[in-house]
Design a protein around this ligand. Structure first.
Ligand SMILES: [Zn+2]
Length: 265
C-alpha cells in the first residue's frame, strides 16, 4: 500500500493526538488500527503511522502482540517537559538578543504586547474569551522569539518538546487552572512578556534568557495546583497516571506492567 499523502497523514495524527489528550481512552486501553480507522473515517495506513509517531511522543506504547496501548503520562513527565521547554525558550531568547532582532521582528513582538495591554486594560476584567484571545497572543509571541533565533536545530528540538502533553506555552491556560487562579497568572505572564521583549531589544542576552526560563514557572504552578486535587487532575489531564489507592481496580489494571508513576510535586 502506498504511503498516505502528507496532509492526510498530518490530519490523522492531529485528530488522534487530540482524542488521546481529551481522555477518549484510558491508560492501558488497547488502540486498534481498525476501530480507530473507522472512527476517523480513514484507511488503516495513516492510523498505523500516527500510532508510531505517538509512541515516539510518549502517548502510546507497543505491546507484545505488535499493537498499541494508550500509555498515559506521569506528573514527572509533564514537569520535565515544561522544564525543558523553559530551557529551550531561554536559549531562543538569548540567541535573539545576541543576534539583535530585526526591525520587523521587534515590531511584531511589540504588536503582541500592545494587544495584550489592551486586553488586560478592559474594565470588566478577564472573561473566558479573553483567556482564549490571550492564548493566541501568547502563542504568537513565543513563536516569534523561536523564529527570531534563526536556528533550525532549535526549532526542530522545540517542535519535539511541544508534542509532549501539556508542554506547549498555552496548554494550561484554560479550564480549572484559570478558574482557580483567576487573572493573576495573566498579569504576571504579560508583565514577563514586556520584560522579555525589552531585554531582547536592548541586547541583554543573559536577562532575556533568565526571564524566558522563569516564564515557564507559571505553567509549573498551574500544573501543581491541578495535581493538588486528583479529581480535577483526572478531569483536566485525562491522560495522566496518578498514584491511586489499590481499590481503584481499573487504574491498577492499567498500571500493570508499567513503571510506577512518581510524583515530584
Ligand atoms: Zn508567554
Amino acid at each position: 500500500m502506498s504511503a498516505p499523502n502528507e496532509s492526510l497523514q498530518n490530519r490523522v495524527l492531529v485528530a488522534l493526538r487530540s482524542l488521546i489528550l481529551s481522555g477518549e481512552f484510558n491508560p492501558g486501553e488497547r488502540l486498534t488500527e481498525v476501530s480507530l480507522a473507522e472512527k476517523l473515517n480513514v484507511s488503516r495506513t495513516p492510523v498505523r503511522l500516527a500510532l508510531a509517531t505517538l509512541e515516539r511522543e510518549g502517548l502510546t506504547e507497543s505491546n507484545a502482540t505488535g499493537g498499541y496501548v494508550m500509555r498515559g503520562v506521569t506528573p514527572r513527565e509533564i514537569e520535565d517537559a515544561i522544564t525543558i521547554r523553559g530551557t529551550l525558550e531561554g536559549l531562543a531568547a538569548r540567541m535573539v538578543a545576541e543576534q539583535g532582532p530585526s526591525r520587523r521582528l521587534l515590531a511584531d513582538m511589540k504588536q503582541c504586547l500592545a494587544e495584550g495591554d489592551e486586553l488586560l486594560s478592559q474594565p470588566h476584567g478577564a472573561t473566558l474569551d479573553d483567556y482564549t484571545l490571550y492564548t493566541e497572543i501568547n502563542d504568537r509571541l513565543h513563536a516569534l522569539i523561536l523564529e527570531g533565533a534563526q536556528s533550525e536545530v532549535l526549532e526542530r528540538t522545540m517542535a519535539h518538546v511541544l508534542c509532549m502533553p501539556f508542554a506547549a506555552p498555552s496548554a494550561l491556560v484554560s479550564g480549572p487552572a484559570t478558574e482557580h487562579q483567576g487573572i493573576r497568572w495573566l498579569i504576571i505572564a504579560h508583565h514577563q512578556h514586556h520584560a522579555l521583549v525589552e531585554a531582547i531589544e536592548q541586547g541583554q542576552s543573559g536577562r532575556a534568557q533568565a526571564i524566558a526560563e522563569e516564564h515557564v514557572n507559571i505553567a509549573r504552578e498551574n500544573i501543581q495546583s491541578i495535581l493538588a486535587n486528583p479529581e480535577i487532575a483526572k478531569k483536566f489531564i485525562p491522560v495522566i497516571r496518578l498514584q491511586q489507592p489499590a481499590r481503584d481496580q481499573d487504574f491498577v489494571r492499567s498500571m500493570r506492567g508499567t513503571r510506577s508513576a512518581k510524583s515530584s510535586f
